[in-house]
Ligand binder design. Structure first.
Ligand SMILES: NC(=O)c1ccc[n+]([C@@H]2O[C@H](COP(=O)([O-])OP(=O)(O)OC[C@H]3O[C@@H](n4cnc5c(N)ncnc54)[C@H](O)[C@@H]3O)[C@@H](O)[C@H]2O)c1
Length: 271
C-alpha cells in the first residue's frame, strides 16, 4: 500500500464485518487511523483487533446522542476527522422479511430502513462536518446500492432509502465543497461478503453473474479499493458523484443476459 492516507483519521460505520470491515482494513493499510463504529460493538471490537491502531466504538445510528458522542470521542482521542465512510445499513433477516413490495410492506421496516440508512448517514455527516471544516479537509463516502437507482419486486424501503442517500450525497457535496469537504457515493452492486457467500445459492450467483460484464462477482476488497481512492487526494477533483461499482450490471441493456443465453442456446458465437 502507498501510505497515501498517512496522518488522517477515518470513521467507518457498520464496520463489524462485510464491506465496512474491508474498508477499515484498507484505510488503515493506507496509513489512516481508523475508528470502527457499529451497533454490534463486540463484533466491531473483534474486527478492530486485526487492524493496527484501530479503535472500535459503539454506535447506534438511530440515536442522535450516540452519533454526537462518537464524533466527539474520536476528536478527543485522535484529534481530527478527515474521512467518513457512511457504510452501515439495516439488512438483517428480520428486516428483509418485513421489507417487501409496497402492499405487503411492514411500515415499521420502512421506518427502520430510513432511520439507519439515511437519517443515520445524515446524522454522521452533520456531526463530523464541523471537524472536517476546522481541519481544512474532508472526504465523505456513502455506500448506496443499485436498489437506489433501479426497481425491484421487493426491498422497497431499502431501495428508497438508498435513493435518498444518493441525493443526500449531492446536497453535502454542494453545501461544503468550497470549505474543502468532498462527498461521493458508491452505487454498489452484489458483493460476495462472507455472509452473502454462505447464503446465496449457486443458481442465484449464476443469474447475477450473467448480468455482469466482468468475469467474476464483486468482493468487499473491490469496494475498499474505491473507498481508499475517494478518501485520498488522488480523487480531489471528484465530488458529488454517484459511482457505479457493480461489474457493469447497470451499464447495459436490460435484455443483455437474455440475448446472451439465447445466442448460446442457438450455438452462435454472436454477442
Ligand atoms: N453486500 C452487498 O451485496 C451490497 C450491495 C449493495 C450495497 N451494499 C451496501 O454496503 C453496505 C455494507 O454492506 P454489507 O453487505 O457489508 O452489510 P452488513 O450487513 O454486513 O453490514 C452492515 C453493518 O451495519 C450495522 N448496523 C446496522 N444497524 C446499525 C445501527 N443502527 N447503527 C450502527 N450500525 C448498524 C450492522 O451491525 C452491520 O455490521 C450497506 O450500506 C449495504 O446496503 C451492500
Amino acid at each position: 500500500m502507498t501510505g497515501r492516507l498517512e496522518g488522517r483519521v477515518a470513521i467507518v460505520t457498520g464496520a463489524a464485518g462485510g464491506i465496512g470491515a474491508a474498508s477499515a482494513r484498507r484505510l488503515a493499510a493506507e496509513g489512516s487511523r481508523v475508528v470502527l463504529g457499529d451497533i454490534d460493538a463486540d463484533a466491531a471490537a473483534a474486527a478492530a483487533q486485526d487492524i493496527e491502531g484501530a479503535l472500535a466504538l459503539p454506535l447506534d445510528l438511530t440515536d442522535e446522542n450516540s452519533v454526537r458522542e462518537l464524533a466527539q470521542q474520536v476528536v478527543t482521542d485522535l484529534g481530527r476527522i478527515d474521512i467518513l465512510h457512511n457504510n452501515a445499513a439495516i439488512q438483517n433477516d428480520a428486516q428483509r422479511q418485513a421489507d417487501l413490495d409496497v402492499m405487503n410492506l411492514d411500515v415499521a421496516a420502512w421506518d427502520r430502513a430510513m432511520a439507519v440508512n439515511v437519517r443515520g448517514a445524515m446524522l454522521m455527516s452533520k456531526y463530523v462536518l464541523p471537524h472536517m471544516i476546522e481541519g481544512g479537509r474532508g472526504s465523505i463516502i456513502h455506500s448506496a446500492s443499485g436498489f437506489g437507482v433501479q426497481g425491484e419486486s421487493t426491498l422497497t424501503a431499502y431501495g428508497s432509502s438508498k435513493a435518498a442517500l444518493i441525493q443526500l450525497n449531492r446536497m453535502i457535496a454542494t453545501q461544503y465543497g468550497k470549505l474543502g469537504v468532498r462527498s461521493n457515493c458508491m452505487v454498489i452492486g452484489f458483493v460476495l461478503t462472507s455472509l452473502a457467500t454462505q447464503s446465496t445459492p449457486p443458481v442465484v450467483k449464476d443469474i447475477l453473474l450473467s448480468h455482469h460484464l466482468t468475469p467474476r462477482l464483486g468482493e468487499p476488497e473491490d469496494i475498499a479499493n474505491l473507498v481508499a481512492f475517494l478518501a485520498s487526494d488522488e480523487s480531489e477533483f471528484i465530488t458529488g458523484a454517484a459511482i457505479p461499482i457493480d461489474g457493469g450490471v447497470t451499464a447495459h441493456q436490460p435484455s443483455y443476459a437474455d440475448f446472451q443465453k439465447m445466442f448460446a442456446e442457438m450455438g452462435s458465437g454472436k454477442l
